[in-house]
Ligand binder design. Structure first.
Ligand code: OAD
Length: 238
């Protein structure tokens, strides 16, 4: 495996997906035994699902909170935190994951474009910021309400909603000279397009994962392997 050289002028944009947390024991979405195999997106991850049956939505995300709280960061999360410690503000991490394993490994310059499991926000989008919420709810009656009267919902970007922090993400991609994408199938937009934006800017584009993503053709190289095995030895920082 050839190493990825990071020179003094390089700026690195990292996109991660569910695959980076797989070795921490958290299931991915589209594997045969993944989250979307046992749960229909339309039942738990759309605005309509929330309208129809908020109790079922909270039941699903309470289960994910329980799993997330038990999981520990793996060697791939730590390798990215170490790279950030080496190159400082020339590093930026955008994760599609809603777990907090990157933070717990030490990453600082990161955004969660699909939301965070450990937060909730008002269903009315009344303008108040999300609140910290790590509760495992046994029933909908336990879920609190915002000052405006709206019920709190998981701080998760449902299908059909706009991902978070897109302006900042676009700016960071435009400044990057190297894009590293780890453990994502390339099937959900706009994240699957980031590699195309980086390509238009002339940045190097490296994918790491055990199989080719759907958008593999847009990368300059694909390193096949598990994130926890590949990332710790991947970077040659000059
Ligand atoms: P997917 O389940 O679609 O893809 C997971 C990817 O991780 C696959 O390409 C696997 O090959 C790869 N993978 C598995 N084990 C790995 C390992 N040990 N190391 C590296 N890669 C590994 O998950 P995502 O692409 O993250 O959105 O899904 C994108 C979005 O779709 C999610 O954020 C979620 C989902 O619906 C929302 O919930 C809004």
């Amino acid at each position: 495996m050839s190493r990825v050289r990071i020179g003094g002028d390089d700026r690195v944009f990292v996109l991660t997906g569910a695959g980076i947390s797989a070795e921490s024991g958290l299931p991915t979405f589209r594997a045969d035994d993944g989250l979307w195999a046992g749960n229909r997106i339309e039942d738990v991850c759309t605005p309509e699902a929330w309208e129809r049956n908020p109790g079922l939505v909270w039941q699903f995300y309470s289960g994910r909170r329980m799993d997330g709280q038990k999981a520990e960061p793996n060697a791939a999360h730590f390798a990215l935190a170490e790279l950030e410690a080496q190159i400082g503000d020339r590093f930026f991490l955008c994760t599609q994951n809603v777990d907090d394993l990157h933070e717990r490994a030490g990453s600082v310059r990161l955004v969660h474009m699909h939301g965070e499991l450990g937060k909730a926000h008002c269903e009315n989008d009344c303008g108040r910021p999300p609140i910290e919420d790590h509760a495992i709810y046994g029933s909908l009656a336990e879920v609190g309400r915002c000052a405006c009267g709206g019920r709190y919902r998981p701080h998760i970007v449902f299908f059909g909603e706009m991902p978070l922090e897109m302006d900042r993400i676009r700016d960071e991609i435009d400044r990057a000279t190297l894009m590293l994408v780890v453990g994502t199938s390339g099937s959900v937009y706009p994240a699957a397009n980031f590699v195309h934006w980086a390509k238009m800017n002339g940045a190097r584009r490296v994918y790491v994962g055990p199989e080719e993503p759907l958008n593999a053709a847009a990368f300059t190289s694909v390193v096949e392997g598990k994130a926890g095995e590949v990332l710790p030895g991947l970077f040659a920082v000059e």
